[in-house]
Design a protein around this ligand. Structure first.
Ligand code: NAD
Length: 231
């Protein structure tokens, strides 16, 4: 999910800090352009996170290009804002497919490669994946799943020195939020103690901390980056 929004900001910050980054996304043109702009330490590969076989391909691409896999950010996600009574099984399945199965496949792929040498997995859940929210039952369910899988993986992978933490953004200024009615976004901002929408770069800073050895004693944590909304 690195072609735009928070994932694009995370890839840019990681490269700026000296990492070599394989950006993946279903948005081929945007992802390729962003990786090219980041220079020789960034590559792009087309990747649907819900596609099991595609994970083998992108992990192989990362290992070929860079020699090791030390960090995975499971950022790709989709949002649907629908009342319960109008939510179809197809919409529910789509949210599970991308937001839940995608994160599971990422954790499994990374665990297979990182076992024996350690690493850090950063899962992007949501504030909605800690508290719930109205008119988004499928999204909430899929993000609670990310929160739960983070804890399950943190406990199971700790003996392998693989740390697994989740970030829970509030309203962040990305295309995902821009697609919603402006009055809904304004209401969320009005209810945010810091009184403004977050920037993708502010989430990227927390992802960088969780990816790096600066957070070496942190695993299984669920960190809100939400202007105080959960406070
Ligand atoms: P965004 O829509 O700008 O970015 C999401 C990226 O994921 C896009 O580049 C998209 O193409 C990619 N993606 C979608 N489906 C994919 C798939 N099947 N395979 C690979 N890539 C896919 O939104 P964003 O705000 O940057 O979202 C990033 C993450 O943050 C998501 O998991 C989202 O649920 C979460 N989040 C966002 C907010 C917010 O307010 N923006 C709040 C809480 C949580």
């Amino acid at each position: 999910g690195a072609a735009r929004g928070q994932g694009a900001a995370e890839a840019a910050l990681f490269v700026a800090e000296g990492a070599r980054v394989l950006l993946t996304d279903v948005l081929e043109a945007e992802g390729t352009a962003h990786a090219e702009a980041l220079g020789a330490d960034a590559r792009f590969a087309h990747h649907d996170v819900a596609d099991e076989a595609a994970w083998d391909r992108v992990v192989a691409t990362a290992l070929d290009a860079f020699g090791s896999l030390d960090v995975l950010v499971n950022n790709a996600g989709i949002f649907r804002g629908t009342p319960i009574v109008d939510t179809t099984v197809d919409e529910l399945d789509l949210l599970y497919r991308v937001n839940q199965r995608g994160v599971f496949l990422g954790i499994r792929a990374a665990a297979r490669v990182m076992a024996g040498r350690g690493g850090s997995i950063v899962n992007i859940s949501s504030g909605a994946g800690l508290t719930g929210a109205p008119n988004m039952i499928g999204y909430v369910a899929s993000k609670f799943a990310v929160t739960g899988m983070t804890r399950a993986a943190a406990l199971e992978l700790a003996p392998h020195a693989i740390r697994v933490n989740s970030i829970h953004p509030g309203a962040i200024d990305t295309p995902m939020v821009a697609a919603n009615p402006q009055d809904m976004v304004a209401a969320v901002i009005a209810a945010t103690p810091l009184g403004r929408i977050g920037r993708p770069e502010e989430v990227a800073e927390v992802a960088l901390f969780l990816a790096s050895d600066a957070s070496s004693y942190l695993t299984g944590a669920a960190i809100p980056v939400d202007g105080g909304s959960l406070a």
